[in-house]
Write a protein that binds this ligand. Structure first.
Ligand SMILES: CC(C)(COP(=O)(O)OP(=O)(O)OC[C@H]1O[C@@H](n2cnc3c(N)ncnc32)[C@H](O)[C@@H]1OP(=O)(O)O)[C@@H](O)C(=O)NCCC(=O)NCCS
Length: 165
């Protein structure tokens, strides 16, 4: 039997945060215990993929950020204005429930985050991520993200390269 398509939506109180189980306990705990406070304080926005209206199959968070021009690869930095920082959007967290792993949901959530950042009226040069380990960094590199030369777990993707839909 094929599953109904997942819906993407901003997290809200009706969604079942307690049942979410990814491979990362810190990311499960964050969804259970901290995200609603971060949303209230406007330090993060959270978007979820919903399996049946309230079961959370995956989630990600977005917030404003900046990148130091000096930290970018020279080939990227030389095309940017000489300000000390460039604006960015940080995807602080991304996780997929074990029941949905390996089915393209992580990639779909990443694509949704890129679209959301690219269509914002507020300019940002790139979507950036702080990968929690080398495996996560490999996932982002697989999707075209570029690592900062001196911090390989911080990666970015210029939003000008994102095809808006
Ligand atoms: C990382 C994670 C989000 C991936 O989600 P997923 O739904 O299993 O991934 P997908 O099925 O969408 O994979 C999409 C593509 O990425 C590739 N991929 C997945 N994990 C990868 C990895 N660690 N390294 C390289 N490529 C990877 C897949 O092979 C697939 O490639 P394809 O599109 O060419 O077929 C998920 O495993 C997870 O929640 N992990 C625990 C939390 C975590 O590590 N979060 C990372 C942010 S710090």
């Amino acid at each position: 039997m094929s599953r109904a398509p997942l819906q993407l939506a901003p997290l809200d109180a009706a969604h079942d945060r307690a049942a979410f189980r990814s491979d990362s306990e810190p990311l499960n705990r964050y969804l259970r215990e901290q995200v609603t406070q971060d949303i209230r304080r406007r330090v993060a926005a959270c978007f979820v993929a919903l399996a049946d209206g309230e079961q959370i199959a995956g989630y990600y968070t977005l917030a404003s950020a900046s990148l130091l021009l000096a930290d970018l690869p020279a080939s990227t930095g030389k095309k940017l204005p000489r300000y000390p920082t460039v604006p960015a959007v940080r995807m602080g967290r991304l996780a997929v429930d074990r029941a949905f792993k390996g089915q393209g949901l992580g990639g779909a959530l990443l694509a949704d985050a890129l679209q959301r950042a690219a269509r914002s009226e507020i300019a940002a040069f790139a979507l950036m991520v702080d990968a929690k380990d080398e495996a996560a960094a490999a996932f982002y590199r697989h999707h075209g993200f570029i690592a900062l030369p001196d911090s390989p777990l911080t990666l970015f993707l210029p939003l000008a390269s994102v095809q808006r839909s």
